[in-house]
Design a protein around this ligand. Structure first.
Ligand SMILES: [Zn+2]
Length: 119
C-alpha cells in the first residue's frame, strides 16, 4: 500500500492494493484491474453498503438543514425545492463514489473474504 493510510486511499478513490492506480473505471464502475500494479479488482464488491451511509449521512444532513431553513426563514416553497433537491442529489452522487471506494478499500485492507470470491 506504499505506506498510505487506507482511509486516505479510499477517499482518493485509488487502488486499495498499491494506492496509486485509479479504483474506478467510470463514475461508479470498479476497474477490472489496477493500471499501476495490475491487482485484480474484478471481485471487489461493496454491495449495498455505500447506500446505507449515503442515506443516513446525506439524508440526515439535508433534512436537518431543510427543516432549520423552513422554521427560521420565510422562503417560498419553490426556493426550498430549488435548494434542497439538487443538494440532495449532488451530495448523494459524490458521497456514493467516496463511500464505495472506502468500503472496497476496507475490504482489501482487512482481507474480507467477499472481496476475493471467484464466483
Ligand atoms: Zn494498484
Amino acid at each position: 500500500m506504499d505506506g498510505r493510510h487506507p482511509v486516505l486511499t479510499g477517499l482518493a478513490c485509488r487502488c486499495p492494493v498499491c494506492g496509486r492506480g485509479k479504483l474506478f473505471d467510470g463514475f461508479l464502475k470498479v476497474a477490472p484491474a489496477c493500471a499501476a500494479c495490475g491487482a485484480d479488482l474484478s471481485a471487489a464488491d461493496s454491495g449495498d453498503g455505500p447506500v446505507v451511509f449515503v442515506i443516513l449521512i446525506v439524508g440526515g444532513l439535508v433534512a436537518f438543514l431543510a427543516l432549520y431553513a423552513i422554521f427560521t426563514t420565510n422562503w417560498p416553497i419553490w426556493l426550498h425545492l430549488m435548494i434542497w433537491l439538487p443538494l440532495s442529489v449532488g451530495l448523494s452522487l459524490v458521497a456514493m463514489r467516496v463511500f464505495k471506494s472506502l468500503l472496497i478499500t476496507a475490504q482489501f485492507h482487512f482481507k474480507a473474504s467477499e472481496a476475493r470470491h471467484d464466483d
